[in-house]
Design a protein around this ligand. Structure first.
Ligand SMILES: NC(=O)c1ccc[n+]([C@@H]2O[C@H](COP(=O)([O-])OP(=O)(O)OC[C@H]3O[C@@H](n4cnc5c(N)ncnc54)[C@H](OP(=O)(O)O)[C@@H]3O)[C@@H](O)[C@H]2O)c1
Length: 284
């Protein structure tokens, strides 16, 4: 396969870093974005094998500048793929989350993604109908858990954004694909374990302590990064990629809960889980 350019946002850790290695191994020229100015050193480039680019999804000017640089790198060849991976999860009760934090959640997970997509569409069009955008959504975009409302709202927004974009961009030869993983073993969850402390004077403290236990348990049962290989490679390489790839240990049970059970039943399960006194909490 001739080397094709692909942009992956957020390659400093977790899924982005893993996908950068995976796609380099599959012959792609990876342009990886990150926020660490030190990582722009030549050492990083040779060690990692990707072309590093500074970009902060919360800073529009840095997105515009990164897009200009990507155009310079890819030239007439254009861009084969964009993987919108960079993201964060801000936990906490929606009733009490500071509105600035809520906006930041959207700035990084939604607004920044759309701006980058808009800037890169002309480069994706140069591939003559084979290019694709992969948006890394989440099962939190299909089922909104309590105390993860900011994150869930941003991932629900990404679902709507991706559906509309897919129907628009099919007209100009760019595919838009949603990747919807369940919990995967990365550090995203550990970054927010002090949530109970942050809201200790609020109305939900006892439940937040349980929610922290749920997060820890979820991390323990999380899937390894390797579960991404098959769906990501299919989404990128197949001539008939799916519109969405749900990646979950138990797809059937998850879809039952998220799509089939009446909301009241799901609410009751969440309520029982958070109200129960035993420690055997299960992620919902
Ligand atoms: N792990 C899971 O269970 C899971 C499940 C479903 C979906 N996802 C999604 O997968 C994506 C990657 O998550 P992960 O689990 O790999 O988490 P991670 O290890 O925390 O990686 C997140 C990446 O996003 C970058 N990022 C955060 N804020 C940014 C900003 N303002 N501008 C630019 N980059 C920023 C981080 O860069 P810094 O190092 O500079 O912060 C890091 O490279 C996210 O969109 C997440 O919602 C994860």
């Amino acid at each position: 396969m001739a080397s094709k350019y692909i942009v992956i946002t957020g390659i400093s850790s977790g899924i982005g870093k893993y996908l950068a290695h995976l796609l380099i191994d599959h012959g792609f020229q990876v342009i990886g974005t990150h926020r660490d100015p030190d990582a722009l050193q030549v050492d990083f480039f040779s060690e990692f094998g990707s072309i590093p680019l500074y970009m902060d999804m919360a800073n529009e000017e840095s997105i515009v500048q990164a897009a200009i640089r990507i155009q310079e790198i890819t030239g007439n060849e254009g861009l084969y793929g964009l993987i919108n991976n960079a993201g964060l999860a801000i936990p906490g009760p929606l009733a009490e989350v500071p509105i600035e934090k809520f906006k930041y959640q959207f700035q990084v997970n939604v607004f920044g993604n759309l701006l980058l997509i808009q800037k890169l569409i002309p480069l994706l069009q140069l591939q003559g109908g084979s290019s694709r955008i992969l948006n890394i959504g989440s099962v939190s975009g299909l089922f909104a858990s309590p105390f993860l409302g900011s994150y869930a709202a941003s991932k629900f927004a990404l679902e709507g954004l991706s559906d509309s974009l897919r129907r628009e961009l099919q007209l100009i030869g760019i595919r838009v694909i949603l990747i919807e993983p369940g919990p995967i073993r990365t550090s995203i969850w550990k970054k927010n374990l002090d949530v109970a402390e942050d809201y200790k004077d609020g109305s939900f403290q006892q439940y937040l302590e349980k929610a922290t236990e749920v997060i820890l348990q979820m991390e323990k049962n999380a899937m390894p990064l390797e579960v991404l290989n098959k769906p990501i490679l299919h989404a990128l390489l197949s001539t008939k990629p799916k519109a969405r790839y749900l990646i979950h240990k138990n797809k059937f049970l998850f879809l039952l809960l998220a799509k089939i059970l009446p909301d009241k039943w799901a609410d009751y399960l969440v309520y029982k889980n958070l109200k129960s006194n035993n420690n055997k909490l299960r992620p919902v």
